[in-house]
Design a protein around this ligand. Structure first.
Ligand SMILES: NC(=O)c1ccc[n+]([C@@H]2O[C@H](COP(=O)([O-])OP(=O)(O)OC[C@H]3O[C@@H](n4cnc5c(N)ncnc54)[C@H](O)[C@@H]3O)[C@@H](O)[C@H]2O)c1
Length: 374
């Protein structure tokens, strides 16, 4: 059995993946890394991991590590991914890939130069709702795809570090990923409007005034466009990561309130029979048996920032074991993971360029052609 040695960097959200790698038949949960020694010890002892690093560069010099899974704060993702690829390690990295177009390009180039694999660990495209609507599309139930939209709204007041004042579209992959991932298309160009104003004290941090940013994405080689909505501050809305997909025969709509069932609309029925609530099934059967339970166990409590959760999955639509399995399968089969570096760059650059567009009054921004798959 081929086993790849995993090193997880950043042990907040990152710690949730440890037991999944420990159970996956193609992984050896080998090393952990974070700067705080108490947390490093706590996590290492709890999960029985001997190889521990406080210094990321030292970890990269360890010849026994095959890949890093990066879960550090957003501003560090690109630099850490670039350093890992230069050190000869495959990279799985939480979202977003980077905060600049130039850094996305560097990662794509390094993957091309080295042949190493890069995957952005976008949770929404492995959530059970996404897998459900993908199945509807593949079975032909949706008919012809006509339009897609997604929202990601969260009140980040009080979050530390780089969060205060962050332009909403800098963290847009939860919306962009499913819009491009479902029809398997690249984004060609984007236009974004800013709306409303956040509190004065936050505006100057990134010179970003908007409470809400909404963008339209034109999909390349397609008649489709998609709309995405993001807000982070001073906008009343329950946490929401939603996907709506409209086809000629059927449509899928995310519930308005968390905990309610999604709605499937079917065309050409009496009006009151068009919408029907559906219970979205779990897709654990797609996974190796030892990690199936992780699609439904527990919820990561983001508000409490619970750092040592032994259960995971439920909080992000059961996506975590699917992400791990996709990345390890790509390593084992020596194929590109999904999303690979180019696709991750296309998804991430939509957000970066959307914010640029909003700051320029909605001007169209074209995606760079090195982000296109073909
Ligand atoms: N649905 C999702 O995809 C999802 C959900 C939650 C978090 N995230 C992402 O995961 C990342 C981490 O989120 P979090 O809430 O755990 O943040 P956090 O700030 O609680 O944890 C960050 C971790 O990184 C470590 N770290 C920071 N700099 C380091 C360095 N130079 N070397 C080694 N370790 C370092 C810290 O010690 C800490 O363990 C963020 O980028 C966040 O956006 C994604």
């Amino acid at each position: 059995m081929t086993k790849f040695r995993a090193a997880i960097v950043g042990l907040g959200f990152g710690a949730e993946f440890i037991p999944i790698y420990q159970q996956h038949p193609n992984a050896e949960m080998f090393a952990i890394c974070q700067r705080n020694p108490e947390q490093l010890k706590k996590v290492g002892d709890a999960f029985g991991i001997e190889r521990r690093y406080r210094d990321y560069q030292e970890l990269l010099r360890d010849p026994d590590v095959d890949f890093v899974h990066i879960n550090t704060p957003i501003p560090d993702h690109a630099e850490m991914s670039i350093a890992a690829l230069k050190a000869g390690k495959h990279v799985a990295c939480t979202v977003p890939m980077a905060t600049s177009v130039a850094d996305c390009k560097r990662i794509v180039e390094l993957c091309q130069e080295t042949g190493l694999k890069y995957m952005m660990m976008e949770t929404v495209v492995f959530s059970r709702e996404f897998l459900f609507v993908k199945q509807m599309l593949q079975k032909g139930e949706l008919g012809k795809l006509q339009f897609l939209q997604a929202s990601h709204q969260q009140d980040m007041d009080g979050w530390p570090g780089y969060w205060p004042g962050l332009p909403p579209m800098y963290y847009a992959t939860h919306c962009v990923g499913p819009m491009l991932g479902l029809p398997q298309k690249d984004a060609e160009y984007v236009s974004c409007f800013g709306s409303g104003t956040i509190r004065e004290e936050m505006i100057g941090i990134y010179n970003s005034p908007f409470a809400v940013e909404t963008a339209h994405i034109k999909l390349r080689d397609s008649d489709l466009s998609a709309r995405i909505i993001r807000s982070l501050f001073d906008t009343a809305r329950q946490y929401r990561e939603s996907i709506d997909v409209y086809g000629s025969k059927q449509a899928f709509e995310w519930p308005l309130i968390e905990g309610e069932h999604a709605v499937v609309h079917t065309a050409k029925r009496p009006e009151h029979e068009i919408p029907q609530r559906v219970e979205v099934p779990d897709f654990a059967h797609l996974l190796p048996e030892p990690i199936r339970a992780f699609t439904t166990q527990g919820v990561y409590d983001m508000a409490a920032n619970e750092h040592l959760s032994f259960t995971q999955g439920g909080g992000h639509g059961g996506s975590h074991p699917h992400l791990v399995h996709e990345f390890l399968s790509a390593l084992k089969e020596d194929r590109e993971p999904w999303p690979n570096a180019k696709q991750s760059a296309n998804w991430t650059c939509v957000g970066i360029l959307a914010h640029e567009s909003a700051m320029a009054g909605g001007e169209r921004r074209d995606l760079p052609d090195w982000t296109f798959s073909e």
